[in-house]
Design a protein around this ligand. Structure first.
Ligand code: ADP
Length: 693
């Protein structure tokens, strides 16, 4: 078929040539001889053959071109990249199939459409910018835009654009980069998330490039030492400068070991200086990363702030040391204690035994009894101290706040110890009184008494000559008390320890053995319970000055008068009181009788609560009731409650067991005016009675 076509084409060419030739002959009116004609005919035939050959080549070439064209179209149409030819005004003149797919429409429908309409609103300006650059600079430009297909699907595409040489059309290629974009977006997101996580992490991270010496510190790393992310450069020197030099040295050694694979992991604690000057305890853990040749190229690790943990650890160690120290002291204390209790015990048992001897003179008896008394007192003191300290330590010690006249308290202490002091050849002075208007405060009177007693007792105990001075001054919101002596003094290095339980400044000193090292501990605990503080100033060999403060809680004026003791009243009341003593123990009863005899015109004795109530009913003129709390048949509390129902005026003083100070509050609540601990001290009882009469 093709051949037939070629043949007819050739014939047709020949006919055309013959016609042309004939025309030429006719036009030029040429007449040729036969020989010439033959020659010419030959020439023409040769030429004809040449032409036919050329024509074949042409046909082959044309076929080839056709093939190429088809191939090109195939390539163009099915290329994986979108091809567009745009007119100057941006409308689509030509496009391939991929291009049509990117725009989401049939190719035929897309010609003459405005390409920019398929570019998303937010990337359209980028697209126009690119066209402008291409137009002005006649260069190839690229940009990334989003193509939207009917709002259904969208593609991220990389556009590349040039101008055609003559017509000034735009040749545009569009490569779909959606997948790439998604991956890089995801990467970026994960990177951002990682950064965020690092920002949020409590731990600091570092990544040290050992080849460039560049180091990345995470924001958390910087924050740990008080810096914002942009305040510190990513420079190794930052760590070196902020870390304790000693620790830097040790760390560098460890790092070297890590790099040289002598260790697998770097774990160290070091101190870093915080921006505001304090030290931060850091726990650092790191590992090295090696390249194919086994060379360490990076070191990555974490920093954790362990300051709090360190503090807790220190506290634990301190507590452990304390506990050990306290154990040690307790054993020392027990050793002392056994000596301390055994001595008076031996005295009591020994001399009580001697008293049984039938041939004793009155004088001897008197001497033995006084030794027994002294030993008993000493033992009682120790037992009281022990009860007090265990109450303080177990937190059971209660406060009983009442109106207290400070001057009276000091005066009383002064009077109480005067004789003992003078017997030892010392002097005692009460040299600073509070002005009357400042003398009344509310505090725990009994504790104040115990504090002053302890200090004065020590002053006497640790002085051989000189003067003991005591007094009180108002300083701002506090009252400052002092007890000064000219005794043996306390070495500087022992001055704070003496307030600790069971500690004695000089255990070698004989005098120390007359105590258990508890007095100042109890004193300090009492002062602190009352809201004050205690301290000592002392020079060894010259003397000691003990100071303590109590908060100045003034008593409202209306009740101040109750507190004041009038000397006239005291003297006037001498031998004038009618007293009821409710006490079931004979010895205690006897002791009370001797104690109060001086100022009583009449004493009624009962042995249980019930009888006490009856006695009060029958004797409405009773001035004072000394009520034991623990009694058979009816307790003292119950008796007081009943008495109060018919007699509100009578002064009732509860006698409580020493060390059971919780009883005092119950006593006051039951209706007692005051309380006194057993064994009853005469001066204290007198001072209480003075207060009410
Ligand atoms: P102690 O029962 O041993 O007297 P304290 O707790 O009262 O116990 O006192 C503790 C130690 O403080 C005493 O052993 C003594 O060494 C020292 N001390 C206390 N008061 C004085 C003082 N006024 N002068 C010298 N040393 C004192």
């Amino acid at each position: 078929m093709k051949k037939a076509k070629d043949k007819s084409e050739k014939n047709h060419l020949r006919e055309d040539a013959e016609k042309l030739l004939k025309k030429q002959f006719e036009k030029n009116d040429i007449n040729l001889a036969e020989a010439d004609l033959r020659k010419l005919l030959h020439e023409i035939e040769v030429h004809q053959i040449e032409l036919e050959l050329q024509n074949d080549e042409l046909i082959a070439a044309r076929e080839e071109a056709q093939l190429l064209k088809e191939k090109y179209i195939e390539l163009y149409d099915f290329a994986p990249i979108g091809y567009f030819t745009l007119s100057k005004d941006g409308s689509i003149l030509e496009l391939n199939l991929r291009g049509a797919k990117l725009l989401g429409k049939n190719r035929l429908r897309l010609t003459k459409s405005d390409f920019s309409l398929f570019v998303s609103n937010n990337t359209r300006p980028t697209f126009f910018e690119m066209l402008e650059k291409v137009t002005i600079g006649n260069i190839r430009e690229t940009c990334e835009v989003i193509l939207e297909t009917n709002g259904k699907e969208s593609f991220y595409v990389l556009l590349s654009c040039t101008l055609t040489e003559n017509e000034g059309r735009y040749l545009l290629t569009a490569t779909d980069i959606t997948k790439r974009k998604q991956i890089s977006d995801a990467l970026q997101e994960s990177e951002e998330r990682f950064k965020l996580a690092m920002k949020a992490a409590n731990d600091g991270l570092f990544d040290w490039n050992l080849e460039t010496n560049e180091i990345y510190y995470s924001p958390g790393w910087k924050k740990m030492i008080g810096y914002e992310d942009d305040e510190l450069p990513n420079d190794f020197s930052v760590w070196e400068k902020t870390t304790d030099p000693e620790d830097v040295k040790l760390s560098l050694e460890q790092q070297q070991k890590l790099i040289t694979r002598q260790i697998d992991r770097f774990v160290m604690e070091f101190k870093m200086k915080h921006k505001d000057g304090h030290w931060v305890d850091i726990l650092s853990k790191a590992e090295a990363i090696f390249n194919d040749e086994g060379k360490a190229v990076r070191m990555v690790g974490t920093h954790t702030d362990i300051t709090k943990r360190k503090v807790a650890e220190k506290e634990l160690i301190f507590a452990k040391d304390k506990a050990e120290e306290s154990d040690r002291l307790k054993s020392a204390f027990l050793a002392n204690m056994s000596h301390e209790i055994r001595t008076p015990m031996n005295g009591i048992l020994g001399f009580a035994g001697l008293l049984k001897e039938p041939k004793l003179t009155g004088e001897e008896k008197q001497k033995y009894i006084s030794i027994i008394e002294k030993s008993g007192k000493r033992m009682l003191n120790i037992i009281n101290d022990l009860v007090d300290i265990s109450k303080v330590e177990s937190g059971l010690m209660k406060l009983l706040i009442s109106k207290t006249n400070i001057n009276d308290q000091i005066q009383y202490i002064y009077a109480f110890f005067k004789q003992e002091v003078e017997l030892k050849g010392l002097q005692i002075i009460f040299n600073k009184q509070l002005p009357v208007e400042h003398a009344n405060i509310t505090t725990d009177r009994e504790k104040l008494f115990a504090i002053l007693t302890n200090l004065v007792k020590n002053a006497i105990k640790y002085s051989d000559e000189g003067t003991i001075e005591l007094g009180c001054e108002k300083k701002g919101d506090f009252l400052e008390f002092f007890v000064k002596d000219t005794g043996i003094g306390i070495p500087k290095d022992r001055q704070s320890a003496i307030f600790e339980r069971f500690v004695q400044a000089d255990i070698a000193d004989k005098r120390a053995f007359q105590g258990a090292g508890l007095g100042l501990t109890i004193t300090k605990a009492y002062v602190e319970m009352l809201g004050g503080s205690i301290w000592v100033q002392s020079v060894e060999g010259e003397g000691s000055e003990f100071y303590f403060t109590l908060p100045y809680h003034a008593v409202p004026e209306t009740i101040e008068s109750v507190m004041e003791i009038s000397d006239d009243a005291e003297s006037g009341r001498k031998k004038s009181l009618k007293v009821l003593v409710a006490e079931d123990d004979d010895t205690s009863e006897l002791l009370l009788k001797v104690t109060i005899n001086d100022f009583c015109k009449q004493i009624i004795f009962v042995h249980n609560g019930k009888d006490a109530v009856v006695a009060c009913q029958e004797n409405p003129d009773i001035d004072l009731v000394l009520m034991d709390i623990k009694m058979p048949i009816m307790s003292g509390y119950e008796a007081v409650k009943r008495i109060r129902k018919f007699n509100e005026k009578v002064i009732i003083i509860a006698q409580t067991a020493h060390g059971l100070k919780g009883d005092m509050e119950i006593a006051i609540a039951a209706g007692c005016n005051d309380y006194i601990s057993k064994p009853i001290s005469k001066p204290l009882l007198v001072s209480i009675i003075n207060k009410y009469f």
